[in-house]
Design a protein around this ligand. Sequence first.
Ligand SMILES: Nc1ncnc2c1ncn2[C@@H]1O[C@H](COP(=O)(O)OP(=O)(O)O)[C@@H](O)[C@H]1O
Length: 214
Amino acid sequence: MNIILLGPPGAGKGTQARHLVETRGMVQLSTGDMLREAKTSGTEMGQKVAAIMDAGKLVTDEIVIGLIEEKLTTEKGAGFIFDGFPRTLAQADALSALLTKLGQSLHTVIEMRVDDDALVGRITARSTCGGCGEVYNDNTKPIPADGKCTNCGKENEFVRRADDNEDSLRTRLMEYYKKTSPLIGYYYAKGDLRPVNGLADIKEVTASIEAVLG
Ligand SMILES: Nc1ncnc2c1ncn2[C@@H]1O[C@H](COP(=O)(O)OP(=O)(O)O)[C@@H](O)[C@H]1O
């Protein structure tokens, strides 16, 4: 079963994707994570994407489609969760073609609905473990009082993502409304779209997603 988690930055896609990985053995394909990895790798591609990401703009379709294509052919599991991809209509078409080529299809597109004020609040509070990238303070969980990451167990610094600042966030929201939100209509018309309330608490959102996936 292959699914897309669709929604604006800060909607909680990553949190819910990680849950599906743990409970269902699905494979999370987060283009944001892949690009952040590329950014720190020091490659030519990494340097190219760093400035774009930090400013909150979208990286080119060519780059992200290439990253997804590589993962689709190498990763194995009980289906893929596309998290942060597709973000443009060109990416949606490319995904459809790639899945067809692999003899696979898309099961459901889960639209995580949240209001803009909540997003801005979540993202400007968000920080991550400097060691493993575990997310804190985005309405999920507070930074541990003992300073030890609940995921990797180490006492790392809790850092802000380079693009989690007010300016970059405004640009990311603008990019979302201009380029990504048309996908809601696109998948609705295809009959694949299932909305869930992303403003509910994490467990309730998880339960709504479970109910949709069956
Ligand atoms: N599918 C994509 N197409 C283009 N750029 C992307 C894509 N996925 C991620 N990015 C880049 O990575 C940044 C971070 O994405 P992501 O981790 O999904 O964060 P968030 O959902 O919090 O905005 C985006 O602002 C963009 O620059």
